[in-house]
Design a protein around this ligand. Structure first.
Ligand code: FMN
Length: 335
């Protein structure tokens, strides 16, 4: 009853707007492109749930990366709504006993969203995970304060690593690869999610790199079935490495990490920079410990990001696929 009254007086975007926003926001990055989220609109508020069927039990047993992915789509959604004049008041993990219900959004008109929202919204369609070698990011010193401004409201620390960290991370990457080599469940998950085409989820082979390209990056996740190519052949990776960390390892901290990750990736894209999120090192206890020791104060490292400038003549990688918005969105009665 109360909610019905509320539905008649509380403003909310109409159905076509909702669909258009969710469709664009679904371009958000997610671990193995699993897109592990569900949206429910109750006539007044928009609810975000994790889709536990899309958990990667071996890669991500605690669902940390699943929730980070949901945080990324949450930030994408809020960015697109803001760009269309909607302020989104967001409650994170509203019921402690239901950690799968990760956010509730209510709406009010917002005629003058802050500068930067529009360019980040525009960047959504252009952003790609770039797994090839990159040059040092042009203008990184100028963009860094903006990145920190975007991550700090989420209580996510953005640590900038110096190049001396690279050999340690390359060794940790190799170690992660070796540990996973004999892990049948992990390999089965990879085979399921990676290297196929004509699917609406997963990482297609067009987004992968060859063994030679992979070797010139040195700190990527090893994926099966890459192409036989030698793109950016003269380039050894010079990307800037940054780490997002939190003080705690809670569902809210993971969600906030995803929001901060999305903000960083979109701001970099808007500034003409390429990027690649990496988590394989964080999946191995020794790798996570190593990362924690590389950032200024002890913390929980969540995601490593490569940020760089792609060569001007490099072709834009085709976009990875996404599920239909109708598969991830339902409308219920107001309650
Ligand atoms: C939590 C999270 C973890 C990820 N981990 C990795 C990773 O370890 N290695 C990698 O190459 N890409 C990683 N990615 C990038 C995803 O594979 C990528 O976002 C997804 O395939 C969709 O492609 P797109 O980003 O080009 O749209 C990660 C993304 C997220 C959000």
């Amino acid at each position: 009853m109360i909610a019905k009254d509320a539905a008649s007086t509380t403003p909310a975007p109409d159905h076509p707007t909702m669909l258009a926003v969710l469709r664009l926001a679904a371009r958000a990055p997610s671990v193995h492109n699993t897109q592990p989220w569900r949206w429910v609109f109750d006539g007044v508020r928009l609810h975000l749930y994790v889709d536990a069927d899309r958990l990667l039990p071996s890669t991500d047993p605690l669902a940390r990366q699943l929730v980070i992915s949901c945080g990324a789509v949450l930030h994408h959604v809020r960015t697109v709504f803001a760009d269309r004049g909607w302020h989104t008041d967001t409650t994170r993990v509203p019921l402690p006993e239901r950690p799968d219900h990760v956010a509730v959004i209510s709406f009010r008109p917002w005629p003058d969203p802050p500068t930067g929202v529009h360019s980040r919204a525009l960047a959504i369609g252009r952003r790609r995970t770039d797994r090839l070698p990159l040059y040092t990011p042009e203008g990184f010193a100028d963009i860094l304060p903006r990145l920190r401004m975007l991550t700090s409201p989420h209580e996510v620390e953005l640590g900038v690593l110096d190049q001396a960290a690279r050999p340690h991370l390359a060794a940790a990457s190799k170690e992660a690869d070796t540990v996973r080599d004999g892990d049948l469940l992990y390999q089965t998950e990879l085979q399921w999610w990676v290297g196929h085409s004509e699917m609406s989820e997963g990482v297609p082979s067009s987004a992968l790199v060859s063994e030679k390209e992979f070797a010139r990056v040195g700190i990527g996740r090893a994926f099966p079935g890459g192409p036989h190519s030698a793109r950016r052949a003269q380039l050894e990776d010079q990307a800037q490495l940054v780490v997002l960390s939190t003080d705690t390892d809670t569902v809210t901290a993971w969600l906030r990490t995803g929001e901060a990750l999305s903000a960083v990736l979109l701001e970099c894209t808007a500034a003409g920079l390429a990027s690649c999120a990496l988590t394989h090192i964080t999946e191995i206890p020794a790798g996570r410990k190593l990362l924690a020791n590389l950032v200024p104060h002890p913390a929980m490292p969540q995601v490593l990001i490569r940020i760089g400038t792609a060569p001007e003549d490099s072709d834009m990688t085709p976009p990875t696929p996404r599920r239909a918005v109708t598969d991830m969105f339902t409308v219920t009665e107001a309650h």
